[in-house]
Design a protein around this ligand. Structure first.
Ligand code: F0G
Length: 469
């Protein structure tokens, strides 16, 4: 293997076993120059002072005045050791929560104490993206980049924008599709001062363009094709384990869009097992929205597999040709995952193999009902995040997830990211409901909490309170 040939402890490596080409971490690459496949950040664990137990991370809780010990990403620096301490960029990301939710658990069909929600909405920009952005910024700082760009359905751009605003290390440039980004997310990018370029097209178009611009101009790309970003996202799994007293759950359930999270989770668990820190790997469920279901179509319906790195990718080309021929665009209210050409598809296939994973798709109705249940349970999330809960429910109904399994659903983004869908779901205004949700095939708001309208009279108000409380 190429590992022995290198003297550096961390390097980039093509994920295709047949290629396996390696590159220094000082190079800025988003695909393998030899074969075009995705890249990993690989470590020579035999020569690194890798931790032999999880205790080293627990001890850091005592040193939280050190920004690297406070960060929920860099607390695990030993498990993503590509950046020297002085290059690390942190704005306090990763202070997130794992909690048991019996209310949501009942909805999903689980027995008490078994359903956990990992709430990544608590990050500085309100989504899990900050885990990856702090890692990408650390790499960008190592190589001296001054401008960074991304295509985004909203959260990556909000994250890039906040890291630029706080650190002043780079100028942020974001590419968004027209009318495809929720106001909560757009307002963040504008407020934080990122250069916002709205292109005629959707996310898949914006992604193709930003890759072209980055490769021709040298602007640093922070989308999840950047392998350093995914190193940061591994830490979501470390924090899940930490919250469970380092016990491995049975299932991780995550929404699938560009498939960066699922890919990084698979890598995190494979590395932890390699290091002997865990002895088994949880199963992974990746949940697509039915209106943006490329992974489901290819993995579940058409048998596409990683196959030890020998994936036959012909069905992928065939499927993308089909999409083009039928001019089929991704279309879902879960706008964060409205993606038809997921850039991390190959890595996700590998993660599904490592984690004995499954893929499901969920409808708009299932997403919104699950979202309402998450909100009623107290945390709240944006529609894309609720796909994880809707997917878990489907898998329990099918008997794939057992009622007594220990399940962790990842809530990827904050409730306030996309209030339109929430208000339309709970509204008493049928026109608003029809316009925002009905037009997408949502026929009912099963768990609506409707506002009560009364006249501006004391007695009417008291009567309403007595009636409804
Ligand atoms: N959930 C939320 C809230 C997201 O913003 C995204 C992706 C996903 C899930 C999907 O994660 O790509 O790792 O499979 N949002 C990207 C963006 C595409 O531009 O903000 P994934």
């Amino acid at each position: 293997m190429a590992v022995a040939a290198r003297t550096d402890l961390a390097f980039q490596q093509c994920i295709a076993p047949a290629c396996g080409a390696t590159f220094s971490v000082d190079e800025v690459l988003t695909s393998c120059p030899s074969c075009g496949n995705l890249l990993d950040v690989t470590y020579d664990w035999d020569r690194l002072p890798a931790p032999s137990s999880f205790e080293v991370f627990e001890r850091k809780w005592m040193r939280r005045s050190d920004p690297l010990a406070l960060s929920g990403v860099w607390r695990f620096h030993e498990l993503l050791p590509f950046a020297p301490r002085e290059s690390v960029v942190t704005i306090g990301e990763g202070q997130t929560l794992l909690s048991v939710s019996d209310g949501v658990g009942r909805y999903v069909g689980m027995n008490s104490g078994q359903l956990h929600l990992q709430y990544e909405g608590l990050n500085p920009s309100g989504s899990f993206k900050d885990n990856g952005m702090s890692a990408a910024f650390s790499h960008a700082r190592m190589i001296g980049a001054t401008r960074a760009a991304c295509a985004s359905t909203g959260n990556t751009s909000a994250s890039l924008a906040v890291y630029c605003a706080v650190t002043r290390l780079m100028r942020g440039i974001i590419f968004i599709g027209s009318g495809k980004i929720s106001y909560g997310k757009l307002s963040q990018a504008l407020d934080y001062g990122a250069l916002t370029i709205q292109i005629a097209g959707d996310f898949d178009d914006a992604m193709a363009r930003v890759k072209e611009v980055a490769s021709k101009t040298g602007i640093y790309l922070v989308n999840s094709v950047n392998p350093f970003r995914l190193e940061g996202q591994k830490t979501i799994m470390y924090r899940v384990l930490e919250s469970l007293g380092w016990e491995v759950p049975d299932w991780i359930v995550v929404p699938g869009g560009n498939l960066g999270n699922s890919s990084s989770f698979g890598k995190a668990f494979a590395e932890l097992r390699h290091l002997g820190l865990i002895d088994r790997i949880p199963r992974l469920a990746v949940i697509n929205a039915a209106g943006a279901n490329t992974l489901h179509e290819l993995f579940h319906n058409r048998g596409l597999r990683w196959n030890g790195g020998q994936a036959d990718l012909a069905p992928v080309c065939h499927y993308y040709d089909e999409l083009d021929r039928e001019n089929k665009r991704a279309d879902t209210l879960a706008s964060a995952i409205e993606i038809n050409r997921p850039v991390n598809l190959n890595k996700c296939l590998r993660a599904l193999e490592v984690c004995d994973g499954v893929v499901r798709e969920v409808t708009e109705q299932e997403i919104l009902d699950a979202k309402a249940q998450v909100g009623a349970g107290g945390l709240g999330c944006e529609p894309a995040s609720a796909a994880s809960v809707a997917g878990a429910r489907k898998l329990v109904n099918e008997g794939v997830i057992g009622r007594d399994d220990r399940v962790v659903c990842i809530l990827t983004g904050h409730q306030l990211k996309d209030p339109n869908a929430t208000v339309a779901y709970h509204t008493t205004d049928q026109n608003l409901f029809n316009e925002v949700l009905g037009s997408r095939g949502v026929s009912r708001a099963s768990f609506a909490n409707r506002a009560v309208t009364v006249g501006n009279r004391f007695d009417d108000i008291i009567q309403a309170i007595d009636l409804y409380s």
